[in-house]
Write a protein that binds this ligand. Sequence first.
Ligand SMILES: [Zn+2]
Length: 195
Amino acid sequence: MHRSRRHFIQRPQCVAAYRGQLTLDSSLRLTAHWAWERRLTAKLAELPFGEETITETILLDLATQHPREISVFPFHSRMEGRTGADWGWCFHDSAAGRFTRMLVQAKVLDARDQTYARLDRTIGNTSVRQIDRLLETARQRRCPALYAFYNHLSDASRVPSSVCTCFGCLQCWGFLSLSLTLSASCSAEAESGRL
Ligand SMILES: [Zn+2]
């Protein structure tokens, strides 16, 4: 059994933030709604609520709510530099007896609703772009690489209608994942950093 799954199973005091019988799909949807609403609140309050805070909350909630379905591996700055990812996660499909690993780099839409900051950032003092390091790590580990975008848009008409998976809401757009390893065009689109 993987270390992080054992960690939660042996520590019943690790209580999930949302008690009850949420499915993983429901939790992921709630995560999107939560990110949207927190970013809205931060904009209105003119206070920071950034990428790291959102990431840490999402990972804590998903890992404690679904310890048998998902394992999370947050990467601190040194590991982020080495992998190009903010975290790895591993979904466990018990019915199929299968794990699916992914590497994820998170970006937050700025408060002016225009740009994902630092999409073109390089690693440390090197000229290696973060996205290239992420793609290389994914290739070596033979797993998908994703961008996770945290969003709130004040102009609702800019939100694509196809994203919602519940009741035609805007909030489902709060946490959007984009695969970087499906095709070169996906990667080019993400790199442009514009909506
Ligand atoms: Zn929705």
